[in-house]
Design a protein around this ligand. Sequence first.
Ligand SMILES: *Cc1c(COP(=O)(O)O)cnc(C)c1O
Length: 396
Amino acid sequence: MDKKLIDESKKYLMNTYNRAPIVLRKGRGMKVWDSLGKEYLDFVGGIAVNCLGHCHPKVVIAIQKQAQRLIHVSNLYHIEPQIKLAKLLVEHSFADKVFFCNSGAEAIEGAIKLARKYAKDHVASHKYEIITAYGSFHGRTLAALTATGQEKFHKGFEPLVPGFKYVPFNDIDALKNAITDKTCAILLEPIQGEAGIKIPSEDYLKQVRQLCDENKLLLVLDEVQTGMGRTGKLFAYQYFDIKPDIMALAKGLAGGFPMGAVLATDAVAAAFQPGTHASTFGGNPLACAASVATIETLLEDGFLMDHCSRIGKYFKDSLEKLKRDFPSNIVEVRGLGLLLGMELTKTCGPIVESCTARGILINCTSGNVLRFTPPLTVTEKEIDHLVDTLEDIFGS
Ligand SMILES: *Cc1c(COP(=O)(O)O)cnc(C)c1O
């Protein structure tokens, strides 16, 4: 343990994370190294951020080249990598227009503002209410926090933003009953990430889409965690065979560089005009160059996303087998592609700690769910090593 650095970390940083007692210094692909030189297999991957692995050469070179050319200019001017990235996103999604920001919470804030503005301009001026799901996670800024349907995140930050309502996830009747004359949009994660990888029934999102159409509501999808190839498709909505009106992206969007985006159809996007929404750093040249390199690599031959589907299934099968061997430790295995969760019978803290000690990084969400969001490049051998290690820990 690097005691001096960790002591200074505790001394100078606000205590907003329960951090593992290691200092990470270097990364390549699936591997990271701490300040003492110890190697780890990274099954956290920045929590669905490092989709191409650490320091992917194409992303590194794109950042280096762009840093030498132009790091920042104001959005009062046209920016080449930003235009290229917006075009790429539009060509590969339902959307016609893109707004760039810097994080998931900001993308959700932008999506909420866009939904309200569109409803007031085009539907009726008294419509502002947004329905979200219990168990959801949409970020830490005040509106995103309010949209988050988990009381534990709200505590201490009241008064929250007015105009939000919650319903159980994957319950179409509850959603139907929650719609009022004031409702303007429904905001959902296609798969709930922080809630412990909750996958809706196959027709749920289709029914939600239909409900939105019947009631002139916007469907806003939070694909901050599920997007960028994570489920084996570029976006999870493609897996569920529907199209949203607005989509929030971040996490893997620029392969590790901070970047968020709000995507929308032309009709909806028109609600934003100069003066209604903006971001100084949003669509910054460096972030856009990193994102273009990330998306181009993801799309190359479709190889990585096919690999993600195939290896994700192998991973899930391996965890299912582990569950059969340890029924008293494991409740359920859930997930799609490389967004996988394994619900345990007890809190997962000790398992996470044992894995870290043995050179494997894994994440715990919702108290008792191990969450696996490795780079999409993860191999069978690396998965075998993780599963063998878990087997060893459960068996001891
Ligand atoms: C991580 C996450 C966010 C928040 O993103 P930040 O970049 O941390 O602000 C929002 N929604 C979902 C689904 C997420 O997983």
